[in-house]
Design a protein around this ligand. Structure first.
Ligand SMILES: [Zn+2]
Length: 246
């Protein structure tokens, strides 16, 4: 069982009020990146990440909150992390005007490119637009939980990294990412316990998390014609190549 756990990575996730996921990933020494999108999350995660070699942090103003914050509000947190995200645009799950989203997104892209901090992208419904926008800001990009059947090659051509979201077994668009993205650009993510509950339509505790993520690994290994051990090695290598030294 212990060996199984060490095979996981979680390249994009969110914390929860009880800090269950961060406590678990820290204990199991699973390579992971937690997202901070406000001061409450940063206050919880910054001290933990400082003590833990296996936990990275990203910070950014989420497109759903592009009308609530200014870049300057988040700067004290951004300065303390090595990755910017998740940032982007969304025309499916929010009514925040796209013009406001784009302004905030480009400010953060410029900051990240300037500081040499890689970026985690949220692209829902705005895939085409985002694949064009990022060309203006040279950087290393990770597209989080890509879930459109269109536009994937625009990102593959730009040598982006991709996370497989927790819906690999049920979403043809996620399956397409697994099939088409080169193995050296793939990562695995949970997006946190709440997102996993949304996918699985059930309560998710640490055991369910582990079981589900291992089943994703088995599926991905089959698609890529690798053993789970080979896939583990590859994903750990990809993780350490994308995320700056900790
Ligand atoms: Zn997320």
């Amino acid at each position: 069982m212990d060996k199984m756990r060490t095979q996981l990575i979680d390249a994009h996730c969110h914390t929860d009020k009880q800090q269950r996921l961060v406590t678990y990933l820290k204990k199991e020494q699973i390579l992971s990146c937690f997202n901070c999108q406000n001061k409450v999350e940063a206050d919880q995660l910054l001290p933990l990440a400082k003590q833990t070699k296996t936990i990275w942090l990203s910070a950014g103003i989420h497109p759903w909150e592009a009308n609530r914050y200014q870049l300057i509000d988040l700067l004290p947190i951004l300065e303390q992390v090595s990755v910017v995200g998740e940032i982007g645009m969304d025309s499916v799950w929010t009514s925040v005007p796209l013009s406001q989203q784009q302004r905030m997104f480009e400010q953060q892209l410029a900051y990240a490119s300037d500081k040499g901090k890689p970026v985690i992208l949220h692209t829902k419904g705005q895939e085409k637009k985002i694949s064009r926008l990022i060309k203006k800001y040279p950087n290393r990009y990770l597209v989080h939980w890509y879930s459109s059947l269109e536009g994937l090659t625009d990102f593959i051509e730009q040598d982006c990294y991709f996370t497989i979201g927790p819906s690999l077994n049920v979403d043809p668009a996620v399956l397409q990412v697994a099939e088409q993205v080169p193995i050296n650009r793939l990562l695995l993510e949970s997006d946190g316990l709440a997102a996993m509950e949304w996918v699985l339509e059930t309560k998710v505790d640490e055991q369910v998390y582990e079981h589900h993520q291992m089943s994703q690994m088995v599926t991905l290994a089959k698609i890529k014609k690798l053993s789970v051990n080979q896939l583990t090695e590859q994903l750990r290598g990809n993780f350490l190549r994308f995320f700056p030294g900790n």
